[in-house]
Design a protein around this ligand. Structure first.
Ligand SMILES: Cc1ncc(COP(=O)(O)O)c(C=O)c1O
Length: 456
């Protein structure tokens, strides 16, 4: 805290001749360190956040962040519907609302979910502040310190952070080109239970996985659900990208196959705009009651204005057509990314081929380390997220995530060209000085992937 004299002259003293300067006290030493709750010990800045500072410089091609590209949104339509909202129902829209979320948007959410085969009642929907808060609320009601949460290997960095903040242990489960491997899931549950551990749920991203870019087939979803039934395991299905497929109709959600075994998370962040911060949870009735109580203690209610705004957008605009426009724009970028990778990646680098969503997952030849390489990549003006960010246990250094959602196709091609140069240089260094990295561990999504080859 700054002293009074640094901000203003105390009464009765003469004014300083130069303007007072606001100075922050040095915060390198944290005098609160002994007071923080144990749950904060796992809270560290994500690799992505630390990277944004440099990656956002205009000269760097950032293939790192997964920011939705909302440039195609019809701002005139959104603008006039917001104006109508303020003038017509402004007082209600700017008031506190229901802890569960407004009835109109919960009905609209059921319509959105119908596109992925889910038949749900609005009473079972709880509106959240993005699906990120849904992850927090789900963890809050299910997880005690020391509980185990099963996650794909790799998994969404934001979910890992939430699970860590509730002092859960994350156990990673193997994936292949169709996502989570059911047999590996069964083995993990049985082994953990045999060791006396409490497994609270499996967290899965079935469509256009972040970061792996793979999608579970319908048969795979059924097999995962069968293992969950057999082992009495709760499934948390996180589905932000499911409507952003490039080729086919959406694959039915896991939740469409079971009403009571799955807690389903959705969001408007990728199909409309993330700034409204509206997501949701569809949960069995009893779980929903707990979620609403948790939501009330977290926020009193999710933002009413955003809910009204989204409801108006859905009612007044061809939102399904807009999702198709987004998907086409992302497909063009995905194609540029795949072309660039085919042209520029050295021998031995492989990657997944996403059929939707934002991400490609690269596997480097043994000996290369994506984290160690990052400063050299940024110096070469290209950024990515090292694979280690997507593992709770330090693995992943032979992998990296590339996002194609935001840059133009031309920038993406420039980015893969720069990355190719960096990798070629690293490979040369490695052949001169030897390997620095151990091989992949069992269960790590790696070069064995059928679609992850450079013949793609
Ligand atoms: C898999 C996954 N889940 C959840 C989220 C959180 O999204 P939001 O809170 O904007 O709905 C993201 C965002 O990138 C994501 O990729």
């Amino acid at each position: 805290m700054e002293s009074t004299s640094e901000r203003e002259a105390a009464p009765g003293t003469s004014q300083p001749s130069t303007p007072a300067v606001l100075r922050r006290q040095d915060t390198r030493l944290d005098s609160y360190v002994d007071r923080y709750a144990a749950r904060t010990h796992g809270m560290t800045a994500s690799a992505i956040r630390a990277l944004f500072a440099v990656a956002n410089r205009p000269e760097v091609v950032s293939l790192a962040g997964g920011m939705p590209n909302i440039a195609d949104l019809p701002l005139d339509v959104v603008g006039s519907s917001l104006q109508q909202l303020v003038l017509g129902r402004g007082l209600q829209a700017m008031q506190y609302g229901s802890g569960q979320g407004e009835p109109e948007i919960r009905e609209a959410i059921c319509e959105v979910m119908r596109l992925e085969g889910i038949s749900a009642h609005p009473d079972d929907v709880t509106v959240t502040v993005g699906s990120q808060q849904a992850l927090d609320l789900v963890s809050r009601i299910f997880c005690d310190p020391g509980d185990v949460v099963l996650c794909e290997a790799p998994s969404y960095v934001g979910a890992l952070g939430v699970f860590r903040s509730y002092q859960c242990e994350v156990a990673h489960v193997a994936m292949d080109s169709e996502g989570l491997v059911p047999e590996a899931l069964r083995e993990a549950v049985l082994a953990l239970r045999a060791a006396g551990r409490k497994v609270k749920f499996v967290y899965t991203i079935p469509s256009f996985h972040n970061p792996a870019g793979v999608t579970q087939s319908l048969e795979r979803r059924e097999a995962i659900l069968a293992v969950a039934e057999e082992t009495d395991l709760l499934v948390i299905e996180d589905n932000p990208y499911g409507l952003l497929g490039f080729d086919a109709e959406p694959i039915p959600a896991i939740r469409s196959l079971s009403d009571d075994r799955v807690v389903y998370l959705g969001t408007f962040s990728k199909t409309f705009a993330p700034g409204f911060r509206i997501g949701w949870v569809l949960a069995p009735h009893a779980v929903r009651e707990k979620l609403v109580l948790a939501q009330e203690s977290a926020t009193l209610c999710p933002p009413t204005f955003s809910q009204f705004a989204i409801t108006a957008y859905l009612a007044q605009h061809d939102w399904q057509g807009q999702i198709k426009v987004f998907a086409e724009m992302y497909r063009e970028r995905r194609d540029a990314m795949l072309t660039g990778l085919r042209n520029d990646m050295p021998e031995g680098v492989t990657w997944t081929v996403p059929a939707g969503g934002f991400y490609v997952w690269l596997t480097l030849p043994p000996g290369l380390d994506s984290q160690a390489m990052l400063p050299r990549a940024v110096t070469a003006r290209v950024a990515y997220v090292p694979g280690t960010a997507f593992y709770a246990d330090g693995f992943g250094s032979r992998h990296l995530r590339l996002s194609y959602c935001f840059p133009t196709p031309a920038r993406i091609l420039e980015g893969t060209r720069r990355l190719g140069d960096v990798l070629a240089h690293e490979t040369e260094l490695m052949s001169t000085f030897g390997t620095a990295v151990a091989g992949a561990r069992p269960g790590e999504l790696s070069t064995g992937l059928a679609p992850g080859t450079n013949q793609a």
